[in-house]
Design a protein around this ligand. Structure first.
Ligand SMILES: [Zn+2]
Length: 290
């Protein structure tokens, strides 16, 4: 299910291709190169739902408080699945009264039984489930981190509780690619450093033809993409800020995607609930037919 990096011409050509006008065509082409069946659905499970002001998430946003959470996603194939993001750790979230131990348990079962698990970036609220797992040895066998993600986890993670030593790091699968890498039929990783050095997005094309981009934290709220407004600098201080030029390019690309492609920022729980209601995403995980 894991292919090597797709090298498009020389190094310079590969870098020019990222987020250029022809980039989507390249991503779509890469999605079809690995043999096998397309995924059939993308499921989502959020263990905790809290509210946060749009002003915290988007520059110039209103003080209105909206639902947010720390979801994990399941790209479901006829047999087996790929996980995208691993949610927050129970202990790290311990003051959060909305936290559901039942949903948390289900996320960890899904991570344990996945064929492959990737994260949109190396912040603890996305990667903790791969590092502080109750099924750690099983999860490490198929957890695929990028070299950039691993470097941050070894050197300066945003939470000391997810810091890795080199012996533990060696138990994970680590890859490097630029700018894209197909990992299964219909699933392509898109390198997106900016929010963090190891950030990436995940393009998905389902058997039905539906296309989604799991965008991680390029934006925290869909209005950041719609209005092309970044996160307030004050809100990104705690993890050392972002590469705003790179994020600007990614926000532009996401906004200009054709309307049939659904963009899912990880923390916008209101949007996620709307997408579940419209059957674009599926609520919960299907853990049969591993
Ligand atoms: Zn996050």
């Amino acid at each position: 299910m894991v292919a090597g990096s797709l090298c498009l011409g020389g190094q310079a050509a590969a870098q020019d291709a990222a987020y250029s006008p022809t980039f989507l065509a390249t991503v779509r082409r890469a999605a079809e190169v690995i043999p096998g069946e397309h995924p059939v659905s993308v499921g989502v499970l959020t263990p905790d739902v809290f509210t946060i002001s749009i002003a915290f998430m988007v520059e110039g946003g209103s003080s209105e408080r909206v639902p947010a959470g720390h979801p994990a996603f399941q790209i479901r194939f006829p047999r087996g699945w790929i996980m995208v993001d691993a949610s927050i750790d129970r202990e790290i979230a311990k003051n959060d009264t909305s936290f559901s131990d039942e949903r948390y348990r289900r996320i960890h079962e899904a991570l344990r039984d996945a064929r492959l698990a990737v994260v949109t970036h190396e912040h603890q609220d996305h990667v903790a489930g791969l590092i502080r797992s109750p099924y750690l040895a099983e999860v490490q066998r198929h957890a695929l981190l990028t070299r950039a993600q691993m470097r941050v986890l070894l050197d300066k993670p945003n939470d000391p509780r997810i810091k890795l030593d080199s012996a533990t790091a060696a138990r994970y699968l680590v890859v490097d690619y630029d700018p894209i890498m197909p990992i299964a039929r219909g699933v392509v990783l898109i390198r997106a450093p900016g929010h963090t050095p190891g950030s990436q997005m995940v393009y998905v094309r389902l058997a039905s033809g539906r296309e989604l981009v799991l965008a991680g934290d390029v934006a925290w709220h869909i209005s950041g993409i719609q209005t092309q407004r970044q996160k307030p600098e004050e809100s990104t201080k705690s993890f050392g800020g972002e590469d705003r030029a790179a994020i600007g390019q990614q926000l532009r690309w996401l906004k200009e995607l054709p309307p049939e492609i659904t963009v899912v920022p990880a923390h916008d729980q209101m949007l996620i609930d709307q997408l579940v209601a419209r059957k674009v995403l599926r609520r919960g995980f299907d853990l049969e037919a591993k």
